[in-house]
Design a protein around this ligand. Structure first.
Ligand code: NAD
Length: 453
């Protein structure tokens, strides 16, 4: 067993994490830690990804603070055993769901929102009474270092520990008897993690990615659609798991939509985005070269320039793209937006449903009938009607994928539930006994037939 897992499991067994008071205090400590380390966090995000203070604060720190607030607000209620109803056969008994922490949880994080995605699951795991090991991404090493420093300053390693490094570290940890694994990252690595966890029957949540479409129908309010698509696509230079991956637009409104997308791109990032000091860079050379390769597909309508030294790629619109092009094979995860066109909505729906279920889907259009048609006929993790990304910011909505885009969900109450085993308990009466269930009961069969029909 990995020594940290051993240490945490022993500490957990002693019951330190169980009480409401303890959990609440740790959530407060997490909040205090984020306030104390605000500047190092923002500096590290600037250094590793060139995130502006505004983008870093809004998408990483504000998100975490909201998550802590929601866990604290509902914690007492969530922890309480839940009384449930019982059928006639259980007359006299009381039935409950007890909320039991799993034990020692491993959180494996990616690099694109490296603070938010490492710590949001931790908030849920702490609220649910677990100990946690965090494995931040090695691709954002400055952020990883800051996460380690701040956790070490605020929490003992037998409760929350940070182990830095690459896949070797993760694999060693997965060889230990962990009680839960929460993984955020790519589909191929998700499969490896699940396979390894499966050997020990360790339950997993997999927060993965995929190709999330933005469909724009002919009755959409095009100006708003363009503005919200540009925001969702180019935030973090497209390195967002739920960014619109490609545009699927009705042919009648294509030209107008493209003009508006170009307008808002210039408004948000200027006419020379590569020179914009707040425009996010691509995380490393490997991803930079991969995304640059997509620029050879289709016809570039706007953007297309790049800066190899600063690893920046302009917000780019690609037309004349087909499903066979390389840009349509895997998740783009960069500031390149390919455009597909359709004549009727059913045809677009069919093409999407022929492929793996995306993590997100965005539909722009005024007809409620068509909105419902899209929601109910396409399988996807979650999404928005007439917006992008916004569903993830509502703590009352579970966030997660389905099929190839993931297993399980979290945020708000759903995080608490994810890191909690729901233990069913029947407290039986000893005041009387119902004999019909015992062998030899003369009326047993009759009663069971009457109850169950
Ligand atoms: P990744 O899968 O390469 O790495 C994620 C983590 O897994 C890292 O900590 C890495 O060290 C570890 N890892 C890598 N190889 C491993 C292996 N063989 N065994 C065990 N662990 C291993 O993902 P990434 O490049 O960091 O992140 C980008 C991907 O994450 C995209 O596909 C994106 O869609 C997805 N993502 C999903 C969400 C979500 O919430 N659903 C959020 C952000 C990113």
């Amino acid at each position: 067993m990995h020594p940290v897992v051993d240490q945490q499991k022993t500490w957990f067994q002693k019951g330190h994490t169980k009480s409401y008071e303890f959990r609440r205090k740790q959530l407060e400590r997490l909040k205090k830690m984020l306030i104390t380390f605000e500047k190092p966090i923002l500096d590290a995000l600037k250094f590793d990804l060139n995130k502006s203070e505004y983008e870093a604060y809004a998408s990483e720190l504000a998100f975490l603070k909201s998550e802590i607030h929601h866990q604290m607000k509902d914690l007492k209620k969530l922890m309480r055993p839940e009384k449930v109803k019982a059928p006639l056969t259980h007359t006299g008994s009381k039935n409950y769901i007890y909320k039991e922490p799993y034990g020692t949880v491993l959180v494996i994080a990616p690099w694109n929102y490296p603070v938010q995605l490492a710590l949001a699951p931790v908030i849920g795991a702490v609220a649910a009474g677990n100990t946690v090991i965090i494995k931040p991404s090695e691709l954002t090493p400055t952020v990883s270092w800051v996460i380690k420093k701040m956790i070490e300053q605020y929490f003992p390693p037998e409760y929350i520990a940070v182990l830095e490094g690459d896949k070797e570290v993760t694999q060693q940890l997965l060889d230990s008897p962990l009680d839960y694994v929460f993984f955020t990252g790519s589909v191929p690595v998700g499969k490896i993690v699940m396979e390894q966890a499966g050997k020990r029957l360790i339950p997993v949540t997999l927060e993965l990615g995929g190709k999330s479409p933005a469909i724009v129908h002919k009755d959409a309010k095009l100006d708003l659609a363009a503005k919200r698509i540009v925001w969702g696509k180019y935030t973090n230079a497209g390195q967002t798991c739920i960014a619109p991956d490609y545009l699927f637009v009705h042919q009648d409104v294509k030209e107008e939509l493209i003009a508006k997308i170009q307008h808002y791109t210039a408004e948000f990032y200027g006419n020379a985005p590569l020179e914009n000091p707040d425009y996010v860079k691509i995380v490393n050379d490997k991803h930079f070269d991969r995304i640059k390769g997509y620029l050879n597909d289709g016809t570039t309508l706007s953007g297309g320039a790049f800066d190899s030294v600063r690893r920046k790629i302009e917000p780019t619109l690609l037309d004349d793209v087909s499903w066979d092009d390389s840009v349509m094979q895997d998740e783009i995860f960069g500031p390149v937006l390919p455009i597909l066109t359709y004549e009727n909505l059913d045809e677009a729906i069919e093409q999407i449903t022929d492929r793996p279920k995306p993590l997100a889907l965005y539909y722009f259009g005024e007809s409620e009938e068509n909105q419902e048609k899209v929601i109910q006929s396409v399988g996807f993790g979650g999404g928005c009607i007439n917006d992008t990304l916004y569903h993830i910011l509502n703590p009352y909505l579970p966030f997660g994928g389905v099929g190839e885009s993931g297993i399980g969900s979290y945020h708000g109450k759903y995080s608490f539930d994810t890191f909690t085993h729901h233990k069913s308990i029947t407290k039986q009466s000893t005041k009387f006994d119902q004999n019909f269930r015992y062998p030899g009961s003369e009326v047993g069969l009759k009663i069971i037939k009457r109850i169950f029909g």
